[in-house]
Design a protein around this ligand. Structure first.
Ligand code: NDP
Ligand code: N5H
Length: 257
């Protein structure tokens, strides 16, 4: 237990189950004293989340529906959060989506619809959400999103998602400039492979995991708790001088060849 986020109202988007990166983040933020607000898309995710919160004796401030494909849904969600908690001090964006059949084979075969879908949910959503949440971040604060090395390098199979993450990382920089004048910082965590619901069944995932143990400087897997603590750091005053940054939490894998 620490008090890095004591009395801070933080919105967490993207808990689907107890393997979600956003759930690892939830535990770190809760242990730092944050008041937590959650958004979910699927009813199944809401049910799982509420069970997990109960089991871990975490009392949420609010749980609201938010489909990031839909501007009205985003607007409604943040209005409801703002009406309930007043000031928001932080936001965790941990959502992405692409069609599974476009996460393999040639990137050149990506369809227009599939490209736009990945960009819409995985990248544009950060822009739309920042626009809404900043209205309630009247005391400054932090926004943190989740990205992957495939934004910077060609990682086989990551394909359309790599291009969406590249746009997401560029958005982090442009948004950081926009909201910096209001004392709001925008950063990303670039995590190594973690076995989650999204990662399940995608081609090449197991190989990507095993190479971390062989090649990364720390020679061990990355987990949700490590990403949680790095996200906590970026949301806290400890990172008050950090914005527009992509922080790798990948056992150092990105520095080796
Ligand atoms: P999860 O499957 O646990 O989480 C993905 C989340 O995205 C789900 O909660 C899902 O909600 C949500 N989501 C998808 N579409 C929408 C939408 N239209 N509106 C709102 N929410 C939506 O996987 P992860 O925890 O792995 O993924 C979280 C983030 O971490 C993603 O950005 C991912 O790219 C990133 N990441 C993951 C890595 C990994 O190895 N796992 C590595 C690096 C980055 P619902 O289920 O309710 O639809
Ligand atoms: C190089 C790799 C492995 C290959 C690429 C994986 C990319 C995964 C990202 C997206 C988010 C996965 C995805 O959209 C899956 C969906 O098509 C199907 N799944 C679902 O609908 C589930 C039920 C819901 C909960 O999922 C979502 N997203 O809503 C990358 C890996 C080494 C690292 C990795 C897995 C990165 C990443 O960005 O997630």
């Amino acid at each position: 237990m620490n008090a890095l986020l004591k009395d801070r109202n933080i919105v967490v988007m993207g808990v689907a189950n107890n393997r979600s990166i956003a759930w690892g983040i939830t535990k770190s933020l809760y242990n730092a004293g944050a008041n937590l607000i959650f958004t979910y898309r699927q009813e199944r995710s809401r049910q799982k989340l509420e069970k997990m919160l109960e089991k871990n004796e975490i009392e949420p401030q609010l749980v609201v529906s938010c489909d990031v494909e839909d501007d009205d849904s985003i607007k409604r969600a943040f209005q409801e959060v703002g009406d309930n908690v007043g000031t928001i001090h932080g936001l965790v964006h941990s959502v992405a989506f692409a069609n599974t059949d476009e996460l393999k084979g040639d990137y050149a075969d990506t369809s227009r619809d599939g490209y736009l879908l990945a960009q819409n949910i995985s990248s544009y959503s950060l822009v739309a959400v920042t626009r809404e949440v900043r209205k309630y971040m009247t005391e400054g604060g932090g926004i943190v999103t989740q990205t992957y090395l495939g934004a910077e390098r060609v990682v086989p199979n990551y394909n359309v998602m790599g291009v969406a993450k590249a746009a997401l990382e560029a958005s982090v920089r442009y948004l950081a400039e926009d909201v910096g004048k209001d004392g709001i910082r925008v950063n990303a965590v670039s995590a190594g492979p973690i076995r989650t619901l999204s990662a399940k069944g995608v081609a090449g995932f197991n190989e990507k995991m095993s190479v971390i143990e062989e090649k990364a400087p720390l020679r061990r897997q990355v987990d949700q708790d490590q990403v949680g603590d790095a996200t906590l750091f970026l949301l806290s005053e400890l990172a008050r001088g950090v914005t527009g940054e992509v922080l790798h939490v990948d056992s150092g894998f990105h520095i080796v060849t």
